[in-house]
Design a protein around this ligand. Structure first.
Ligand SMILES: Cc1cc2nc3c(=O)[nH]c(=O)nc-3n(C[C@H](O)[C@H](O)[C@H](O)COP(=O)(O)O)c2cc1C
Length: 466
């Protein structure tokens, strides 16, 4: 059997989240993101294309690194206005049966007890189709508007997130036994309290004594997505993630090196390296002919906002690019924002040097994802190459114009991948984890760290073997 490609559609509850300025494109509909119909239509479209999931990015603050001001992000709609990523999911779940939903939630700015409840609720409402994109967050504006005096240091955020995961694993995997809910009308007992356990978590960063508020959901732990790229971020991802997103690689050999590195780290963390799906980001630009695709690419690029992208890149990297000459090379500075986004444009992770202007032109269409421009056959060829030679498990489709990027891909490229046997014609299972990993894989595998956390004294208290 040919290697099976997995696909996520990537967006955010904002106007033109990953391609600043594209809201001005005549076919772009991102301005409708506050309208529930926009989301319902998007979900139907992606399920029609047999996508695994709709992946929803999110941040909690404004991109004010550029020039130290909210001016550029506000004027160019750089991830502002930005609406909540969770609230439209129930409506999308109601009009679909298989599509997964992967909202981003920050482990730095949401309490684990609250996050565990939100995701368990969504996993119930979607019948097991939810993933959590775990982020540690990179914007200083998030910290200071959410009550901190300063942003936590980069590696410390990951260290804290490691303990955060321990807390949510205890809540999701251990607090409620499978048969705790008995709903016994005769005795009037809804759930057996001896089978619902306080987690008694006491750690360096969190003290969470109580029981989980939600009974076990179809997947218990949502599918875990992550996109760490720094050394600390990769170790975190290799330990916890089931799917990893990257825009780091500039060619197939860099992609292969990234995937190999992640799989080796996963092995060191005691996991099966094949149990992490790696999804590079791509922006497909489809034309009936190569010439048509190139023209379309030029036309899309002409709508990219240069200043808006500078503001986006400044927020991603923590470097204020208003201080830079466009022809100056991007330097690999040690910032407190995302390391991966900066390394992509420096010799730290690639053989080429990027000027600020080149980085902006690349980042402005799909936050630096690989652009694949050509006929449907050429795009399918390239994806198969990235899957077979770069060892990608699937792709995160990032939009230039919404929903046109998804529509073109689904109408023209998906049928070719299906015909070649590289992509599903029918969904494999009913939950997101089953669709990603195969029927029967409803829960995390036994050697995942979530299965190794333990509630102090639980065994002695109840005699249960978990
Ligand atoms: C495709 C993709 C999507 C991402 N989405 C988000 C997001 O929605 N919110 C967020 O705070 N960070 C997001 N990130 C950033 C990562 O979580 C992380 O900060 C980044 O990859 C760098 O991590 P590093 O500092 O370990 O290098 C995303 C990264 C990638 C590659």
């Amino acid at each position: 059997m040919k290697k099976q490609i997995r696909l996520n559609g990537f967006t955010q509850n904002s106007v033109a989240p990953h391609s600043p300025g594209l809201w001005r494109h005549p076919q772009d509909q991102g301005q409708r993101h506050g309208d529930l119909d926009y989301w319902v239509d998007l979900a139907k479209l992606l399920e029609h294309g047999k996508f695994d999931a709709l992946f929803l990015a999110d941040v909690h603050g404004i991109y004010d690194v550029y020039g130290g001001s909210h001016k550029a992000p506000v004027e160019h709609a750089v991830q502002v206005p930005l609406h909540n990523p969770l609230l439209q999911i129930s409506a999308m779940a109601a009009v679909t049966k298989h599509l997964g939903f992967a909202p981003t939630y920050s482990a730095t700015y949401t309490q684990p007890y609250k996050l565990a409840r939100d995701f368990s609720t969504l996993d119930h409402l979607t019948k097991g189709r939810v993933a959590w994109n775990i982020v540690t967050s990179y914007l200083r504006s998030e910290a200071i508007n959410l009550g901190l005096e300063e942003q936590m240091e980069h590696d410390k955020r990951y260290e804290r997130a490691d303990e955060y995961m321990e807390v949510v694993y205890k809540l999701w995997e251990q607090s409620w036994e499978d048969d705790a809910v008995i709903a016994d009308v005769e005795t009037g007992v809804y759930a057996d309290s001896s089978k619902v356990h306080p987690i008694d978590h006491e750690g360096e960063f969190f003290n969470v004594p109580g029981v989980h508020l939600v009974e076990p959901s179809p997947q218990r732990t949502p599918v875990l997505f992550q996109a760490g790229a720094s050394t600390r971020g990769r170790n975190f991802a290799a330990k916890h993630a089931e799917a990893i997103f990257t825009t780091l690689a500039n060619d197939i050999s860099e992609l292969k090196a990234f995937v190999t590195d992640i799989r080796e780290r996963a092995k060191k963390a005691g996991r099966n390296p094949g149990d992490i799906k790696v999804f590079p980001g791509i922006v497909p630009v489809v034309g009936a002919t190569e010439e048509e695709a190139k023209l379309k690419y030029e036309e899309l690029t002409s709508h990219v906002s240069y200043e808006g992208t500078l503001a986006l890149l400044s927020g991603h990297t923590g470097v204020d690019f208003s201080q830079y000459d466009p022809d100056q090379y991007v330097e690999n500075l040690d910032t407190n924002a995302s390391h991966g986004f900066l390394q992509k444009y420096t010799v730290a992770s690639t053989n080429r040097l990027w000027t600020v202007r080149e980085a902006v032109l690349h980042h402005g269409l799909g936050i630096g994802a690989t652009k694949i421009i050509g006929t449907p056959e050429q795009i399918a060829d390239e994806l198969e190459l990235m899957a077979n030679e770069g060892d990608a498990d699937g792709f995160n489709i990032i939009q230039a114009a919404s929903p046109g990027t998804f529509e073109d891909f689904i109408e023209h490229v998906i049928p070719i991948l299906q015909e070649r046997g590289s992509f599903r014609k029918e969904y494999e299972g009913t939950t997101l984890r089953e669709n990603l990993f195969g029927k029967g894989h409803k829960f995390l595998p036994d050697y995942h760290p979530a299965k190794n956390v333990s509630i102090p004294g639980l065994r002695e208290r109840s005699g249960v073997s978990i």
